[in-house]
Design a protein around this ligand. Structure first.
Ligand code: DHB
Ligand code: FE
Length: 279
């Protein structure tokens, strides 16, 4: 039987990937953040799963807004880093796991989550930056990946509770997969940030810290946050945080916090990261 070994919540700020790709991690602006990644990276080195389900959003990179699904699974053999305007990041292609991906598709749809499915799309910073945060700069990524995209950019987005329930259904799917493999799950995005408009640059450390605390001790509190709560408290892109609820829903009710990092500023946003293991 497949076994879920843990979860990570992490921001996916593109500047973090750019700092790494351009050799700037030792510069004063970035050094403290990258030093802070050390415990996260140590955990990932010790606990690399066979497959990682990465919950992220495509930032209208590979999907145009005329074809944008609420929840979408990637079932391809591999996924290329997307060209987001400056050429694709020079990071390895991401190897998929079609068998588990198709099991997820079947299990989730029979469990009343009507997933969209794609075998052909490039993955943007929402997926590749968390890979770099976890695994630095290897020649080949050490885990296979199943991309799971959530619509957080076009109305109407799924609710925070729906995302949590999707996580619970993913857990049932993992638990019913017959092969003895290990699985990880990441929720990416956030934390509070707004990239344009009057409140561009908004960061709300109190809200972010409450969200992180709830991840550990009171996950249902994070499912009661409305879209308006996110916009008001965390800026217009803060709604990306609902994707962390997918990760949290897949874990046990009781979890152990392995490590946490919260850092301001990172390109006009806050970086948040947390690793949770089933208790
Ligand atoms: C930025 C972009 C993102 O998608 C995000 O989640 C955080 C920050 C940015 O452009 O700075
Ligand atoms: Fe984003």
């Amino acid at each position: 039987m497949a076994r879920l070994i843990g979860g990570m919540g992490t921001s996916h700020v593109p500047g973090v990937g750019a700092a790494l790709d351009n050799g700037k991690t030792a510069e004063p602006y970035w050094a403290e953040l990258f030093k802070g990644f050390a415990p996260l990276r140590a955990w990932h080195a010790e606990n690399t799963p066979d497959v990682t389900i990465i919950v992220f959003n495509d930032h209208a990179t590979s999907m145009a807004l005329n074809h944008y699904s609420t929840f979408m699974l990637g079932v391809a053999e591999s996924f290329r880093p997307a060209d987001e305007g400056w050429g694709p990041r020079k990071v390895p292609d991401v190897e998929g796991h079609p068998e588990l991906a198709w099991h997820l598709v079947e299990s989730l749809i029979l469990d009343e989550f009507d997933m969209a499915v794609t075998a052909d799309f490039d993955v943007d910073h929402g997926l590749t930056v968390p890979m770099s945060i976890a695994y630095d700069q290897p020649d080949v990524w050490p885990t296979k990946v199943i991309p799971l995209c959530v619509n957080v950019i076009q109305h109407p987005q799924p609710t925070a509770l729906r995302c949590y329930k999707l996580g619970q259904a993913i857990r049932r799917a993992i638990d019913s997969y017959p092969d003895d493999i290990t699985v990880g799950i990441w929720g990416t995005g956030g934390l509070s940030h707004q990239l344009g408009g009057e409140r561009a640059g908004v960061v709300n450390p109190e809200f972010d810290r409450m969200f992180l605390d709830n991840m550990v001790n009171d996950p249902m509190a994070n499912t009661r946050l409305t879209h308006t709560d996110f916009i008001r408290e965390a800026g217009s892109e803060g709604i990306e945080m609902i994707m962390w609820n997918v990760m949290r829903g897949a874990l046990n009710e009781k979890v152990r916090e392995v490590c946490r990092l919260y850092h301001i500023p990172v390109s006009a946003t806050a970086y948040g990261g947390i690793i949770l293991e089933n208790d």
